[in-house]
Write a protein that binds this ligand. Structure first.
Ligand code: CDP
Ligand code: MG
Length: 194
């Protein structure tokens, strides 16, 4: 079995984060938390890569549609569109968005990194993401504003949400020889067994 410190997640700073020059600011939060960068690149995603990343997966399409409907319901806005068709529309918009200008992709490694990074990025819509989170601190976009403009929510960052998705997504963005192994100076402190 792998050591707990070897858990990995994929993070992608989306075009809005790169265009707004927030790369260093965001990256440094993860470094300061103690996570190790084991792979990193600026990547201009092709439509093909974007389509693999936002896979045509029924469960994900429905979950994206459901979340959207909930945000409308919370605002008292009626919407009778099927969740799956909302998901399909958003997937197309996301594929265009993530491939419109360069992204910065990196793989982070560390104990419970998948969950912790999700906590650090905050909820999907920046207008309701908590302060202190990346989406909460650096954005205010909302489901309503994005839909009115016919574009995806600009929420700066993608992070894998499970062990399976991390494995799948890392393989889409990185070749094996683009991932590196080295020691951080605080590693003994963080992972030493007494
Ligand atoms: O990124 P996260 O895992 O928080 O959310 P998701 O439900 O997996 O959706 C993926 C991405 O779709 C989000 O990060 C948004 O950029 C976008 N999205 C959107 O633009 N409009 C929606 N109604 C739902 C999702
Ligand atoms: Mg997601």
């Amino acid at each position: 079995m792998k050591h707990l410190k070897e858990e990995k997640t994929l993070v992608v700073l989306k075009p809005d984060a790169v265009q707004r020059a927030l790369v260093g600011e965001i990256l440094s939060r993860f470094e300061r938390t103690g996570f190790k960068i084991v792979g990193m690149k600026m990547a201009y995603a092709s439509k093909e890569l974007a389509g693999e990343h936002y896979a045509d997966d029924e469960e994900w399409l429905i979950s994206v549609g459901e979340k959207t409907k909930q945000s409308y319901a919370a605002k008292g806005i009626a919407n009778d569109e099927e969740p799956k068709s909302i998901g399909q529309r958003i997937r197309q918009q996301l594929m265009d968005f993530i491939s419109m200008s360069p992204t910065v992709a990196f793989v982070l490694e560390g104990n419970d990194v998948i969950n912790k990074v999700r906590v650090m990025i905050g909820g999907t819509a920046p207008n309701s993401a908590l302060p202190g989170t990346i989406r909460g601190d650096f954005g205010f976009d909302s489901y309503g504003l994005a839909d009115a403009a016919g574009r995806p929510i600009q929420n700066l960052i993608h992070a894998s949400d499970s062990v399976e998705s991390a494995k799948r997504e890392i393989a889409i963005w990185f070749k094996e020889d683009e991932l590196h192994s080295y020691e951080r100076v605080d590693e003994a402190l963080n992972y030493r067994i007494a």
